[in-house]
Design a protein around this ligand. Structure first.
Ligand code: FAD
Ligand code: N01
Length: 528
């Protein structure tokens, strides 16, 4: 078995497969485990799902012996957790670090995959699991002249492990997504001057982060099985009771009270979990947008800056950000918002950034410009299935999969949180465990029947793609120019990629496929 990637997905998959006595090799580009939490070391990086939920549930002993110190753990703590898991379950010997998988070619005669790496090695594997991450292929800075810049530049998703000393520096941050929103308050603490180059403003909810007392953690661990079951059956993979009321069915005063309560609780679902029609009814969504914009106007003293920070898209249709003091940071004299919507960045010069409006002199450039999300890391590998057909060709008009787990024409190849599954719309660790468990059960099923091949049928895949599209079409999601639809990558096909039906419903759909004898899959033995 081959697994590509050693983040939350690859590590858990390895652990489960090992439990079956299978021989497994994991290939990881990085020098250590951690995936997202290995690469994204920028100041302020932390999770936006509560730490006690953004972790594995498979081992009660692991749960009991790990101490989360904050409501939302910071990157170093999450990385330490994943390193701890790796060592506790002795996973390291099966992981080959510093190795990028460059191609995966299926050999139909042998019914195996040929896995080639950038080290020039090729190995064969009967089954392959792509645990490459939805947000792991960093978008390269697209600005001409970057090589001429005399200062230092960094992509937040490749932040140096030793950190960057920003004391006394003039720093430019390009981007105002989740990453920049976390990083700005931290960078502004150190730098002499910060200029934030904003093309599109985003909604951000207060994190209300706080230390996690051990008594609270102990209580959570005691009731963990029920808490996790609730998360698994929920829409977003978090143990929060779903809303019951529609926004327009309550009075404006009641609506306001509920939004305010959410805002005070904080977190990514602060407003979205208030009402049932948040993601489906434009008028309901507008009430939450208005509330969020009003908060920005209260938090930012300069009314011109506040207005520039007010987003216009349907709230939630681009990933809602979570912050600690983001908007308030613009009240500091040494922090400036620069509009690059009306005057886009044209070039990087030796001294800084140039826009049509002028040149900005900088010592350090920070690119918080995001990722080629969901399909980027998959298509970076030259994947060829039965008949030698490249995956890139099959996905030329957007990704097509069955359950977000498998692709027709690519036998014995599994994706963890692939396009067409809840993936980035969920607490990803919940989704990762579900996918890895499903894959393991599937392999057990094959082995118990003396079979060794499974492939999604083209018809089942067509039906699934249609179903995912229909579900998304009932929501406001596809209307935003977001990375969910590939809008942040020039030339990428515009298709809404995740499954919007919710984690609980998705899990049932996957289970039904199994109950019906792997409906929609073609199963076979070596000779068939
Ligand atoms: P990753 O963690 O991305 O790991 C994939 C690994 O595969 C990487 O280490 C990569 O180097 C390796 N790889 C990729 N391609 C190759 C190749 N060809 N050859 C060899 N190795 C390869 N999700 C949440 O649910 N809650 C959060 O709070 C949250 N916070 C986030 C914060 C940040 C800053 C970012 C960027 C993402 C966040 N996410 C969050 C999403 C996060 O990516 C997932 O939660 C989770 O970490 C994904 O784990 P993974 O193992 O699937 O992928
Ligand atoms: O990336 P993004 P991110 N010129 O794509 C701008 C997860 N995450 O790294 O919107 C000027 O969201 C771009 O502008 P625009 C989370 O899922 C979670 O911030 O394209 N600007 C945008 O403002 C998140 O959604 C956390 O107009 C350019 C920004 O760069 C996902 O990762 C923390 C530009 C990119 O925003 C990605 O977040 C961090 C250009 N040429 C990440 N190109 C948590 O809080 C891009 N931009 C848990």
């Amino acid at each position: 078995m081959a697994i590509v990637g050693a983040g939350f997905s690859g590590l858990y998959m390895l652990h489960r497969l090992r439990g079956r006595g299978l021989r497994v090799r994991v290939f990881e580009r990085g020098a250590d485990v951690g995936g997202t939490w290995y690469w994204n070391r920028y100041p302020g990086a932390r999770c936006d799902i509560e730490s006690v939920d953004y972790c594995y549930s498979f081992s009660p002993e692991l749960l009991a012996d790990w101490t989360w110190t904050e409501r939302y753990a910071a990157q170093p703590e999450i990385l330490r957790y994943l390193q701890h898991v790796t060592d506790r379950f002795a996973l390291r010997p099966d992981i080959q670090f510093g190795t990028q998988v460059t191609s995966l070619h299926y050999d139909a005669a042998q019914n195996h995959w040929l896995v080639s790496t950038d080290a020039g090695e090729t190995v064969s594997a009967r089954y392959c699991v792509l645990a490459v991450g939805n947000l792991s292929r960093a978008k390269p800075p697209p600005f001409p002249g970057l090589e001429s810049f005399r200062g230092q530049w960094y992509h937040t998703a490749r932040w140096p492990a030793e950190g960057v000393d920003l004391q006394g520096q003039r720093v430019g941050i390009v981007g105002t997504g989740s990453t920049a929103i976390q990083a700005l308050p931290q960078i502004a603490r150190q730098a002499d001057r910060v200029q934030v180059f904003q093309r599109t403003p985003n909604y951000s909810m207060p994190a209300r982060n706080r230390p996690l007392p051990t008594s609270e953690l102990r209580e959570v661990v005691q009731g963990y099985p029920a808490r996790r079951r609730a998360a698994e059956q929920s829409d977003a993979g978090v143990p929060i009771a779903p809303p019951r009321l529609a926004a327009l069915d309550v009075s404006p005063a009641e609506r306001r009270r509920m939004y305010e309560a959410g805002w005070q609780r904080g977190g990514i679902n602060a407003l979205s979990y208030a009402f049932t029609d948040f993601f489906t009814d434009e008028r309901a969504n507008l009430t939450a947008q208005d509330f969020a914009r009003e908060k920005i106007r209260q938090l930012v003293r300069n009314p011109v800056v506040a207005e520039a920070l007010c987003p216009a898209h349907h709230i939630g249709t681009k990933r809602t950000c979570v912050d600690t003091g983001y908007f308030e940071t613009y009240n500091q004299d040494h922090v400036e918002l620069v509009d690059v919507r009306s005057s886009p960045v044209t070039t990087v010069t030796p001294r800084g950034l140039a826009t049509a409006a002028g040149e900005y002199e900088l010592d350090v450039l920070v690119f918080a410009i995001g990722f080629d999300a969901i399909t980027g890391a998959l298509l970076e590998i030259d994947i060829r299935g039965r008949d030698g057909a490249p995956l890139a060709e099959q996905w030329a008009a957007g990704p097509r999969s069955y359950l977000g787990l498998c692709v027709a024409g690519f036998p014995n190849l599994f994706m963890i949180t692939g396009p067409g599954s809840p993936s980035v719309l969920s607490n990803m660790v919940v989704s990762i465990e579900q996918h890895a468990d499903w894959i393991l059960d599937c392999l057990d099923h094959l082995h118990s029947r003396g079979l060794n091949r499974i492939e999604a049928s083209a018809q089942a895949q067509d039906r699934w793609v249609c179903h995912v599209g229909e579900l998304a079409g009932r929501t406001l999601y596809p209307r935003a120019a977001s990375w969910y639809v590939g809008a942040n990558i020039p030339g990428k096909p515009r298709v809404f990629m995740p499954y919007t039906g919710g984690c609980g419903t998705y899990r049932k759909e996957c289970d039904q496929v199994v109950e019906r004898g792997y409906e929609g899959f073609v199963l076979g033995g070596a000779g068939t």
